[in-house]
Design a protein around this ligand. Structure first.
Ligand code: CUA
Length: 196
């Protein structure tokens, strides 16, 4: 009988005990699955970054947040949508506790849009749901994100970075209108859909 073998290691294991080599094989298999999952998740991060142009705000462009209103790119008269020579649009916005200026931005559909944003006070967030736009607005820096809207409509623009007691009420809109509705602007003109 096998269970009376003179060498105890050669006797069959009692019920419920898994032999060491089976345990080792199972552990190796699970290790392989874990490594494959890690590689897959890393690949998803890299692929979405490349194909959907989702990237952290990497352009380290500095600006003095205390003098924004005095002149330069983020002076009040320069905020809103500007049209570039090539027909693309540049939108300049300021985030501050607790709102965006301008609070409604108008852009054309199927047109490259570049958002340039900065903050007057603390860190805010700029998120356009269902697009690749999602960036932090850090005081002292200019955040730049590029996108293109393929459907006309109103896109809500919530602040998605906790910025204080009024954070939940900090939001604005982007109004995407058909190209023909978007009047061609003179190089110095700025457009917005804030009610005059
Ligand atoms: Cu601004 Cu939250």
């Amino acid at each position: 009988m096998a269970d009376t073998h003179p060498d105890p290691l050669q006797r069959p294991l009692p019920d419920g005990i898994v032999p060491a080599e089976v345990v080792a094989r199972t552990e190796k298999r699970w290790l392989g699955i874990m490594v494959a999952m890690l590689i897959m998740m890393m690949a998803v991060v890299v692929l979405t970054g490349v194909t959907h142009a989702i990237s952290p705000p990497s352009n380290v462009e500095t600006i003095d947040p205390t003098t924004l209103h005095l002149g330069g790119e983020f002076a009040e008269s320069n905020l809103g949508t500007a049209q570039e020579r090539d027909g693309s649009l540049t939108v300049r916005l300021i985030g501050g506790q607790y709102g965006f200026a301008p609070a409604c931005t108008k852009v054309a559909v199927d047109t490259p849009v570049k958002f340039r944003l900065t903050s007057t006070d603390v860190i805010h967030g700029f998120l356009l749901p269902a697009t690749n736009v999602n960036t932090m607005i850090v005081p002292g820096f200019v955040a730049e994100v590029r996108t293109q809207f393929n459907r006309p409509g109103i896109y809500r623009m919530p602040c998605n970075e906790f910025c204080g007691a009024g954070h939940h009420g900090m939001w604005a809109r982007v109004s995407v209108v058909p190209k023909e509705q978007f009047q061609s602007l003179a190089p110095t003109e700025r457009s917005s859909c804030v009610q005059q």
